[in-house]
Design a protein around this ligand. Structure first.
Ligand code: G3P
Length: 249
């Protein structure tokens, strides 16, 4: 960990029921969490109200997606204004599942990030390469192209956390080694330095996602440019998510 306050997000993805979420929230409410960590959970939209009304103020609520403009005739979408109406503070954008399963493209994701930021939400901006891209030696190219799409669109980097999630590590149990993650995080910071500004680079938090669990988070957290985590599967277990939060060094 290096820049800024350690940041740990729990991306619950399309998981949970009213009952399982009520138990998860109760576990999180009773967990002892290190004070110097920003903690955010991202429930499915339909459970945001339940979570917001029951979770401790210590933990902020994020959405997993938001619409690219003001709401209106956009069947099936949820607007930034509606999220704010529910006290949501963050939104995850550019997640690989939305890029590769739903088909969202760089430019569209950049526009969503710009809109959310302009309206006052914080953005967890995800990037990351596929296995074949890594094997072809294109990891940096892919990450930089995805970063550029954000940089070209956003009005400011004040409220952005970058989540590096190598797609081959997501939900596979194959976590990136601390060295592999550190190498890409350092390259991202260098890219920010050269392409955004010398001020933004050191202060932007770059978090890692992909098979993070209570057993590997401590080693990852020791790395200089790993400023936190975006956790999927392990964030559905309250005590384990607390362990990950508390791996701040
Ligand atoms: O956004 C978090 C994520 O994609 C990682 O998922 O289940 O590998 O921790 P998981």
């Amino acid at each position: 960990a290096g820049s800024g306050k350690f940041f740990v997000g729990g991306n619950w993805k399309c998981n949970g029921t009213k009952d399982s979420i009520s138990k998860l929230v109760a576990d999180l409410n009773s967990a002892k969490l290190e004070p110097d960590v920003d903690v955010v959970v991202a429930p499915p939209f339909v459970y945001i109200d339940q979570v917001k009304n029951s979770i401790t103020d210590r933990i902020e609520v994020s959405a997993q997606n938001s619409w690219v403009s003001k709401g209106g005739a956009f069947t099936g979408e949820i607007s930034v204004e509606q999220l704010k109406d529910h006290g949501v503070k963050w939104v995850i954008l550019g997640h690989s599942e939305r890029r590769h399963i739903i088909g969202e493209k760089d430019e569209f994701i950049g526009k969503k990030a710009a809109y959310a930021l302009t309206e006052g939400l914080g953005v967890i901006a995800c990037i990351g390469e596929l296995l074949e891209e890594r094997e072809a030696g294109k990891t940096f190219d892919v990450c930089f192209q995805q970063l550029k799409a954000y940089a070209d669109a956003v009005p400011s980097w004040d409220n952005i956390v970058i989540a590096y999630e190598p797609v081959w590590a997501i939900g596979t149990g194959k976590v990136a080694s601390p060295e592999q993650a550190q190498e890409v995080h350092a390259a991202i910071r260098d890219w920010l330095q050269k392409n955004v500004s010398a001020e933004v680079a050191p202060k932007t938090r770059i978090i890692y996602g992909g098979s993070v669990n209570g057993g590997n988070s401590f080693e990852l957290a020791k790395k200089e440019d790993i400023d936190g985590f975006l956790v999927g599967g392990a964030s559905l277990k309250g005590p384990e998510f607390a362990t990950i939060i508390n791996s701040v060094t």
